[in-house]
Design a protein around this ligand. Structure first.
Ligand code: ME8
Length: 515
């Protein structure tokens, strides 16, 4: 089995500071990358920033700085976010890097050689905010009578010489590709949307602009700047060494296993990108997953509404693991979701503090207090103990199945089924009553629980790395025994090891008086 996994985030525009939406997409990829590493995969996890195009150029002008200085500054904000969120990316690409220019110009040449590019002129609507072209029939009217893109972005009329990509010649080939790769686009509803869009026929795509400079020049005609989406999408191959298709990283990791994107940019990834790659004689990625959209207390998140959620503030207020858990648990991955502080605090207090935290805390406290602060040795397991242990062992398979289709909420729910079962088992076995009556039985029950918690904490590592590590530390699980391989090896917790006085890892959130 090929145990390699290449996962990418979109590269974010450096027109603005990162917000919760950006943190969300990268978090999903981070959880997946960590999961795959624990599952024995060699992982390449890529994120970065999209720094060319009119949108960024205009933002730099508005800030009164040259685009390079501007992109340097804003790109750093995305790196800072990654540090705060504890993201484990292997590479952070910036499209203004020389390696990327070389890749863009090379893919252009390949497209030219394959006959998929011609020079013409473009006359039509363009939305700088989306960096996208729109047909007249797609536009809607703003209350003031001006025209808007379907996304609500203002559009402007553009008329200029332009190179085109012969996308119109690709519909049949794309439909065949989707057919042969039924999981290329997830979720299924999004796949259906893309398929019907392509079935409706494709127009040739303008892939160069002449009215601004901030981008990669078209090879052989530097009056033209490459369309920012052709430039941006190419980042996924630049990062693994393209144009050197013999590069070790390229050979190992391309085609990518997963491009994670928001639903707003699915068409670029699921239609244009495979068409560019196939036309260039390169392999298409294996999957594009389009997740949903976060709103803030019911409102679309936007700078003009002043309701942008700052992930740094959330982490400071609620804690990193709590925010990571909430974002991946609250909303079925793929659906839209509403961010609410009440829901955040609810999950934090019930799922984390009450269910998981309390389980770990009370079991470890009983071991500390009643077993001389040593991991007890179990006697023969009863049928109830065995049911508990079997549930803990089965969790990895269940979680893996959910992670393979990016159902993070279901992966977490599969873990919580075992957490709730464990709490039921503690109550039913009442080990605190056994100290006097039957200490050997108490030892077996507490050991069964500790072993169950070991499974749980190993499984929660991709989602909540810090709290999980602290629980594993308390259990005395060695750093090299925390992978899924360790769970599957059949080796159980050793008895006799010292158990320190436990400290709670999931504090309750208490609203301040008057807040
Ligand atoms: O589109 N909810 O960059 P971008 C959920 N540069 N996710 C959200 C979100 C929200 N409210 N807001 C943003 C671009 N996102 C291009 C990508 S890739 C080759 C080029 C996330 O800065 C989501 O992943 O506008 C969305 O697709 C992405 O940020 C858009 O980031």
């Amino acid at each position: 089995m090929d145990k390699r996994y290449y996962v990418t985030t979109p590269i974010y525009y450096v027109n603005d500071s990162p917000h919760i939406g950006h943190a969300y997409t990268t978090l999903a990829c981070d959880a997946l990358a960590r999961f795959k590493r624990l599952d024995g995969y060699e992982v390449y996890f890529l994120t970065g920033t999209d720094e060319h195009g009119q949108k960024v150029e205009k933002s730099a002008q508005a800030a009164g700085v040259d685009p390079q200085a501007f992109t340097d500054r804003v790109s750093q904000n995305f790196r800072d976010l990654a540090d705060v969120m504890d993201f484990t990316h292997d590479d952070f690409i910036r499209t203004t890097e020389p390696r990327h220019k070389a890749a863009c110009q090379d893919i252009w040449r390949r497209l030219e050689e394959s006959g998929d590019i011609y020079l013409g002129s473009y006359a039509g609507w363009y939305a700088v905010r989306d960096e996208a072209f729109y047909g007249e029939d797609e536009l809607k009217k703003a209350p003031d009578g001006s025209k808007l893109a379907p996304t609500g972005a203002p559009v402007e009329w553009v008329e200029e010489p332009s190179y085109f990509f012969r996308l119109s010649a690709w519909d049949e080939r794309l439909l065949k590709f989707y057919d042969e790769n039924p999981d290329f686009i997830l979720p299924k509803t999004r796949r259906n949307e893309v398929v019907s869009f392509v079935k409706g026929g494709l127009m040739d795509l303008s892939i160069s602009r002449t009215t601004f400079n901030w981008g990669v020049p078209v090879p052989g005609n530097d009056a033209h700047i490459m369309y920012v989406w052709l430039d941006a999408l190419t980042n996924y191959i630049t990062a693994v060494g393209y144009p050197d298709t013999e590069a070790a990283l390229y050979k190992k990791f391309w085609p990518a296993d997963l491009h994670m994107v928001g639903k707003d940019i699915l068409r670029f990834h699921a239609v244009y990108w495979p068409a560019f790659l196939l036309a260039a004689g390169l392999e298409a990625p294996k999957r594009v997953f389009a997740h949903g959209w976060w709103t803030n207390e019911g409102e679309k998140i936007s700078k003009s509404l002043g309701n942008v959620i700052d992930p740094l503030e959330l982490v400071n207020t609620y804690g990193l693991d709590q925010v990571r858990y909430f974002l991946l648990r609250e909303v079925p991955f793929g659906n839209d979701g509403d961010f609410s502080r009440r829901a955040m605090v609810g999950r934090m207090n019930s799922d984390l503090a009450n269910d998981y935290g309390n389980l770990a805390q009370r079991v470890m406290s009983m071991i500390h207090k009643n077993c001389d602060a040593r991991m007890p040795a179990p006697g023969p397991f009863s049928a109830d103990d065995q049911v508990m242990l079997d549930a803990a062992k089965a969790a990895l398979g269940n979680v893996r199945e959910k992670m393979d289709v990016q159902a993070f909420h279901e992966a977490l729910e599969a873990i919580w089924v075992v957490i709730r079962q464990s709490n039921g088992y503690v109550d039913a076995q009442a080990p605190w009553k056994l100290k006097k009556e039957d200490p050997a039985r108490m030892n077996t029950v507490l050991y069964t629980l500790a072993e169950t918690i070991r499974h749980l904490a190993i499984l929660t590592q991709p989602f909540m790395p810090d709290a999980s590590a602290r629980i594993l530390d308390q259990l005395g699980v060695a750093a090299d025994a925390r992978s899924f391989g360790a769970l599957e090896s059949g080796a159980a917790l050793a008895s006799g090891g010292a158990v320190a006085k436990p400290e709670g890892v999931f504090p309750r959130y208490v609203e301040e008086e008057g807040a």
